[in-house]
Design a protein around this ligand. Structure first.
Ligand SMILES: *Cc1c(COP(=O)(O)O)cnc(C)c1O
Length: 401
């Protein structure tokens, strides 16, 4: 009998009961706006900022409306000007180059390796053109952060980290988001904490944080934040920094606080699922598993594998055969993007020279979400299905040659 998977790849877990009850309290209070506080109270948003800052060991955290907003705020807060070039990954998600374009700066794309991380040789070749790198830890893959920081420090490049897929991840013992000057995170439904929409901005720098708070729409109420730079720092920036509203509200913060408390546990649950799929896929002829470096503590909320140098027809065949058995694979290499864009050639507002080696890798990347609503048995079944269908198409190809 042919096995079929019946699960839903976009079904997340419910919000924890504690979050629902905290959200109801906020709703009943009628005080949803972050600056609508009882005297002396820092509120749900302020408390969340304190707790998130502590969780990654940052001096400051600003909770905002989205991850993309956090990234654009980062670029504004460090003074990126229209026309400035900003380095970023050739393989990432649309909001990353979008944040650069939103401040009228120009994305310059850096290639991708077979480990699905930024190509550090290509980065080294491009650092003399720019002063900022928006580094995306796309799909949770951390590059050699020691080498990356050495390259950027030597070239005087400011690093901003996009940690949309690495909340809870580490390189050695340093949390992702704590290598660069600013770390940006998302709490959108498909990331590691779920408030529908939302994001965080973390930094240790007083003036960068003061600008970010004013940018986020604090008016002159910045003293009501959870983590606040000294007053004299605001005196320097408060009349020269524009308000680009993008605040978080108490309702979202109330939903997020209990999720932050159980983030480590959730990450372990993701990794158990990731390992179940990875084990099932290992040693499948024609399929390349992405090996993870020892220094990396990742969060396996999605998994990628490569069908390197396969024809378009054969990859399409694998995707269709898996879909027919209930396994939704996303192929990043298709000629036309479906659902999302993740490749530099899809962002035509930011033209780039072709990168043939990156193109070859991008053409081979298949991706699958691993929501925590899947059981370990589900994951083993999914791996069996992929293994069988990749195997069938692979054998067909070998026979035809
Ligand atoms: C989701 C995502 C973002 C942006 O997050 P939003 O909160 O949706 O704006 C940034 N980078 C990557 C890689 C993402 O997947």
């Amino acid at each position: 009998m042919t096995e079929v998977f019946k699960g839903n790849f976009t079904q997340q877990e419910p919000i924890p009961d504690e979050g629902i009850s905290a959200a109801l309290d906020v709703l009943k209070s009628g005080r949803l706006h972050r600056y609508n506080l009882d005297p002396g109270d820092v509120g749900e948003v302020g408390r969340l900022e304190q707790e998130f800052a502590a969780s990654v060991g940052a001096k400051y955290c600003l909770a905002v409306a989205s991850g993309g907003y956090a990234m654009a705020t980062a670029l504004r807060a460090i003074g990126v000007q229209p026309g400035d070039k900003v380095l970023t990954n050739a393989f990432t998600l649309a909001p990353v180059p979008g944040s650069i374009a939103s401040v009228n700066a120009v994305p310059v794309f850096v290639g991708v390796t077979e480990n699905l991380t930024i190509d550090l040789d290509d980065l080294e070749a491009k650092v003399d053109q720019v002063s900022v790198l928006m580094l995306s830890h796309m799909r949770g893959h951390l590059c050699d952060m020691d080498r990356l920081m050495a390259i950027c420090d030597a070239a005087g490049i400011t690093v901003i980290e996009d940690c949309a897929h690495t909340m809870g991840a580490y390189w050695r013992d340093v949390p992702s988001g704590r290598f660069g000057k600013i770390g940006c995170y998302s709490t959108q439904t498909y990331k590691h904490m779920n408030s529908g929409e939302g994001g965080f901005f973390v930094t240790d720098e007083d003036e960068v944080m003061a600008r970010a708070i004013i940018l986020s729409g604090s008016y002159m109420l910045y003293g009501r934040h959870g983590t606040v730079p000294p007053d004299e720092v605001f005196e320097r920036v408060k009349y020269t920094t524009p308000n680009v509203s993008g605040r978080m509200d108490h309702l979202r913060a109330a939903i997020l606080r209990p999720q932050l408390a159980s983030l480590d546990q959730q990450c372990k649950a993701w990794n158990a699922r990731y390992k179940a799929v990875e084990e099932g896929l290992r040693n499948t002829p024609g399929l390349t598993v992405v090996d993870r470096p020892e220094e990396e503590t990742y969060v396996g909320s999605s998994i990628q594998f490569l069908l390197l140098n396969w024809s378009t027809e054969a990859v399409n065949d694998v995707v269709a055969r898996c879909a027919a058995r209930g396994v939704e694979l996303k192929w990043f290499g298709g000629a036309e993007p479906t659902g999302f864009t993740s490749r530099y050639d899809s962002w035509r507002y930011a033209p780039s020279e072709r990168m043939p080696e990156s193109d070859r890798i991008l053409r081979g990347i298949l991706d699958m979400r691993l929501p925590l609503t899947f059981s370990l048995e589900d994951c083993a079944l999914i791996a069996r299905i992929i293994r069988a269908e990749v195997g069938a198409v692979w054998q067909g190809q070998q026979a035809a040659e």
